[in-house]
Design a protein around this ligand. Structure first.
Ligand code: BEZ
Ligand code: FE
Length: 289
């Protein structure tokens, strides 16, 4: 098939011109870059009618699985590396002491505040406990940050977050903790387990087509925030976990590992969170309260 660049290019330019009156300069820039690159994609792929129908049907099926409890679009961005790319662009500056991780689809709004040393796992939750303690401090001055908030969440040993599993109590394995006057915190959690991202929707089709394992290495999520400091969104992985390099969502890395040490019938983990001065903004929770 012979292709002529002329009419296609003229169409792209006409569309760009049609959107050139957007007032907000940032929105104008984003819309024009989007049009330019999407048109370039369609041209490079030489998208057929059938493929276009598949694409909008795929998006319709993603939308059907999306609501206040689940977001298939976010999961899609996660498995194609876009979510972690945004973290890297915005936060991974040279010398960054603790890595930034994507939020993922399982952060829930309004995690309950718990007392220092409390467990986020209900008594009947199966799994080995880990006592996590550490310090939140100013990265520049090393001074402790009192009243910093640590929001933490993790999957149960069956691989499910509380909102996916009717057998877990509401807000199980989720909680918020405050640091004391020395910036210290203490939390009891489960030693994390590896689990697969949800594969019952269009994202699962993509992973199977790519022959990619859906697994995430064992981890526990943390968002550490304090007024006047850049909010740290991170995850702690288990040092030595062989699948750290094969994270389904491209997040796990060596600057997010902790040493889980056996201590009797449980584990102990010491992990510090240095914060950098900046704007304190909480990410939006994909799961409603
Ligand atoms: C998670 O770690 O909770 C997660 C992140 C991205 C996709 C699925 C799950
Ligand atoms: Fe997770």
């Amino acid at each position: 098939m012979e292709t002529t660049a002329g009419p296609e290019q003229a169409l792209t330019e006409k569309v760009l011109k049609a959107y050139s009156n957007i007032e907000n300069p940032r929105l104008k820039f984003i819309v024009s870059v989007l049009i330019k690159h999407l048109h370039a994609c369609v041209k490079e792929m030489q998208v057929t009618d059938d493929e276009w129908e598949f694409a909008w049907d795929f998006m319709e099926r993603m939308a059907a699985m999306t609501g206040p409890e689940r977001n298939e679009f976010l999961l899609f961005a996660d498995v194609i590396g876009v979510s972690q790319l945004i973290e890297t662009l915005n936060h991974e500056k040279p010398g960054q002491p603790v890595g930034f991780a994507l939020v993922g689809p399982f952060l829930r709004a309004n995690d309950p505040f718990r007392e220092r040393g409390a467990s986020i796992a209900s008594d009947d939750t199966t799994g080995t406990r880990v006592r996590i303690s550490g310090r939140v401090f100013d990265f520049e001055t090393n001074t402790p940050i009192e009243g910093a908030i640590l929001d933490t969440w993790q999957a149960a040993t069956n691989g499910f977050y509380e909102n996916q599993d009717p057998n877990q109590p509401d807000y199980n394995l989720r909680g918020r903790f405050r640091t004391d006057e020395n910036g210290n915190f203490e939390i009891v959690a489960l030693k994390p387990t590896a689990y697969p991202v949800p594969t019952d929707g269009p994202v699962g089709e993509l992973l199977r087509a790519a022959r990619r394992p859906p697994d995430r290495p064992a981890h526990i999520h943390f968002i550490v925030s304090a007024p006047g400091y850049e909010t740290l969104v991170t995850q702690i992985f288990v040092n030595g976990d062989p699948i750290i390099e094969d994270d389904a969502v491209f997040t796990a890395s060596r600057n997010m590992v902790g040493d889980f040490e056996k201590e009797g019938d449980h584990f102990r983990l010491t992990y510090d969170f240095p914060l950098k001065r900046g704007v304190s903004i909480m990410p939006k929770a994909p799961i409603a309260a």
